[in-house]
Design a protein around this ligand. Structure first.
Ligand code: ADP
Ligand code: MG
Length: 333
């Protein structure tokens, strides 16, 4: 059983009207039920519609030692990453970070470790004005779990299920560096500390600003946490469309350019943990999207297109299907 079959079979129940969006996207969406709770005392009529759509995007992510990170990772980097992966889910929805909770299991009290961990986490939290509002602490195998809350307009958020045939597919940056760092480490090769793959794995930058800007332009979005093919597969499935990726257009990290082609494709298309955004947008928006990239200092790459049908297909320069059998990361497959 795959990770997603498991979730579907045991946890994903009939959607209710109690929430605006439940299981299956990067975040769930909730509006307060009590109308009065969001409206100010004398809120002008013009803002009433906006107030009605004001809600929270909520996401939980767990990092387990030996599975999501190497046990000897620098604690500052781990603190950063623990929050970054959750902020990335907010980015994928175009939600604005507001607050988070932190649940920790620690094998022992190591003061210098905790100090560095907290510093790494709060540096990122402060950058996005995201406040730690609670959590839980216990003894146990090292395990970190964050639930993040972001403000959003539940009608204009970026979801996985709104891609349309004909849309372009974009990614926010080169992919595969984090997976390369993991691969080298598992093979017993140590990359120099200043290798770009080390920073990509240890200190990913959640694309929060980009996500906020894309609300007005993208038809769908997801963050690339399990590999581009797998994550776009979620977009395709939920939007009931197919997606074609042109391999020649996918941005490849300079540091990986010399790898053999099939290895490179496996890392770039199948490697997780990059936390770039993948999104779709109508073709009329091309120049606007390029301009957005300039605004946030990212070179956004147009890598393919949405079609009717299903599944994600990789095409070579001659538009022939490249069948590498690349698979996304799955905890149980
Ligand atoms: P992401 O990679 O964006 O964090 P995941 O791939 O981990 O999302 O999860 C896919 C979807 O399944 C998400 O909507 C997530 O909230 C949901 N999900 C994962 N595990 C569970 C669970 N145990 N119970 C309910 N929902 C879950
Ligand atoms: Mg996600």
């Amino acid at each position: 059983m795959t990770e997603f079959e498991l979730i579907r079979r045991y946890f994903d129940r009939m959607p209710s009207r109690r929430v605006d969006l439940g299981i299956g996207d990067d975040c769930a969406l909730l509006r307060p039920r009590c109308q009065g709770a969001m409206a100010g005392p004398a809120s002008p009529r013009a803002s009433a519609g906006r107030q009605r759509n004001a809600g929270f995007a909520v996401s939980t992510d767990m990092l387990v030692a030996g599975r999501h990170f190497f046990e000897d990772v620098q604690p500052g980097a781990l603190g950063h990453k623990t929050l970054a992966v959750s902020l990335s889910d907010l980015a994928a929805m175009g939600a604005r970070p507001r607050a988070f909770t932190l649940a920790l299991a620690l094998p022992e009290v190591d003061e210098s470790w905790l100090e560095a961990f907290a510093r790494g986490m709060f540096e990122l939290a402060d950058r996005y004005d995201c406040e730690l509002i609670g959590g839980d602490t216990t003894r146990g195998p090292l395990n970190l779990c964050v639930t993040v809350f972001g403000d959003c307009d539940v009608e204009t958020v970026l979801r996985r299920d709104r891609a349309e045939p004909g849309d372009d597919v974009w990614v926010s940056g080169p992919l595969g560096l984090a997976a390369y760092a993991v691969r080298e480490r598992l093979a017993g090769r140590r990359l120099p500390d200043d290798h770009p793959a080390v920073a990509a794995l240890d200190r990913p930058t959640p694309r929060v600003e980009l996500g906020l800007l894309l609300r007005h332009w993208a038809s769908s979005a997801i963050d690339v946490s399990d590999g581009l093919i797998g994550d776009l597969g979620h977009v395709a499935e939920r939007s009931r469309v197919g997606i074609d990726i042109e391999w020649a257009r996918v941005p490849v990290p300079t540091a990986l350019r010399d790898l053999p082609a099939t290895e490179l494709r496996a890392l770039v298309l199948g490697g997780g943990d990059d936390y770039e955004l993948a999104f779709t947008s109508a073709t009329v928006n091309r120049s606007a999207i390029e301009a957005l990239g300039g605004q946030v200092g990212l070179s956004l790459a147009r890598v393919g297109s949405v079609r009717s049908g299903s599944g994600v297909t990789i095409l070579d320069a001659k538009h022939q299907v490249l069948d590498d059998a690349i698979r996304a990361f799955d905890h149980f497959a």
